[in-house]
Design a protein around this ligand. Structure first.
Ligand SMILES: *Cc1c(COP(=O)(O)O)cnc(C)c1O
Length: 344
């Protein structure tokens, strides 16, 4: 399953979906019905899986469009079944077209605490499904809260998932899909039952575990360009709040990116730098909405129009995430629509 939620992690849902549609993937994973609709409008053929729960008023559309929801509650099972039943009224009864079934997966809460049946409810949920002909069980999934932080807990979670699935085999279809791993889970863990993985971040070339980064190639490079190169004297202030007062005569490059593009303002004063012609240029003062100022005193050959790499294959996004005290997922998904996406 290719996870394409949140505008394909900021990369552009339509482009990424079209690019992957002929790759014979089990699913495109999206967060919600709105994202599923965008894929449907593009005529995407890959089946659509809804990673988050649906609202009651969205479920009729989910059934009608054959999107695959993940079920976390008895209420969802019963409600979806009743929607399928009412859509079947008038069908099948007179020997015409057969009654429709919907496909759904069951979510287990093995530690994430966000959705899913608890381990003690799994058998009851599966028994209910065996008595619910309107819903065909396509698979069972669960989610990892700390595969990139806590291997001991994650190993226990894998064992719990394998045990639950193995223990319930009699209640599960032979062709069911079993899935647990996000990017971190598929990089470093093994399971005796899973046959599907759900990478998001790794799909876009960033590893949640730094030791695997050399295996991956970042899909996105975020670039800006220098608009002005100016000499400012020692003692001059730079940017809002004058948090930076120049200690020496400084060549300052004013560069066309700011928090209005998704560059976090919180990196101000954290030792951040970006690459100008491959060389590091330190950030001076605060990030403004549309511009930042870089110290290019050591880079005499830098000129207006030169490219600045904010992150990419030469400047890992993990640096920027660290200065902003956040994670690469948040940096990618917060790049605003003002930034043009160029596809190569
Ligand atoms: C977002 C998400 C993923 C992908 O996670 P990554 O860490 O980006 O690989 C997988 N599964 C579920 C349920 C998710 O919500």
């Amino acid at each position: 399953m290719a996870v394409l939620k949140a505008n394909a992690y900021g990369h552009g849902l339509r482009h990424i979906a079209k690019h992957l549609d002929d790759q014979n993937l089990a699913f495109f994973g999206v967060a919600n019905v709105r994202e599923a609709r965008m894929l449907a409008e593009e005529g995407i053929k890959t089946p659509i899986y809804l990673l988050s729960p649906t609202f009651p008023d969205e479920r009729e559309e989910v059934v009608r469009r054959s999107w695959v929801p993940c079920l976390s509650s008895f209420e969802e099972i019963n409600h979806f079944a009743s929607i399928v039943r009412s859509s079947n009224v008038g069908l099948g009864s007179s020997g015409g077209s057969p009654n429709r079934q919907m496909l759904a997966h069951l979510t287990l809460d093995t530690g994430m605490g966000r959705g899913g049946f608890l381990p003690g409810q799994v058998n009851e949920a599966l028994h209910l499904l065996t008595q619910t002909p309107e819903i065909k069980l396509g698979g069972v999934g669960s989610h990892l809260p700390s595969a990139d932080e806590d291997p001991t807990f994650t190993l226990q979670q894998f064992r719990l998932f394998d045990d639950l699935v193995t223990g319930a085999r009699d209640l599960l279809p032979a062709d069911a899909l079993f899935h647990l791993s996000n990017s971190a889970g598929l990089l470093d863990y093994q399971s005796s039952t899973t046959n599907l993985v759900r990478p998001g971040l790794a799909l876009y070339g960033t590893s949640p575990l730094p030791e695997w980064q050399q295996e991956l190639q970042p899909v996105m490079t975020l670039k800006s360009r220098i608009a002005l190169v100016r000499k400012l004297p020692a003692g001059h202030g730079v940017s809002y709040g004058r948090s930076s007062i120049l200690e020496r005569d400084t060549t300052v490059a004013t560069t066309g990116i700011g928090y209005g593009d998704g560059l976090p303002r919180s990196i101000s004063g954290k030792g951040a730098y970006f690459l100008v012609n491959g060389e590091p240029a330190p950030l001076l003062g605060r990030v403004t909405m549309d511009q930042i100022m870089l110290d290019v005193t050591e880079l005499p050959s830098c000129h207006p129009g030169d490219e600045v790499e904010i992150f990419g294959s030469s400047h890992p996004i993990g640096h920027l995430a660290g200065w902003a005290d956040t994670i690469p997922w948040e940096i990618l998904t917060r790049i605003t629509p003002r930034v043009s996406r160029v596809y190569r």
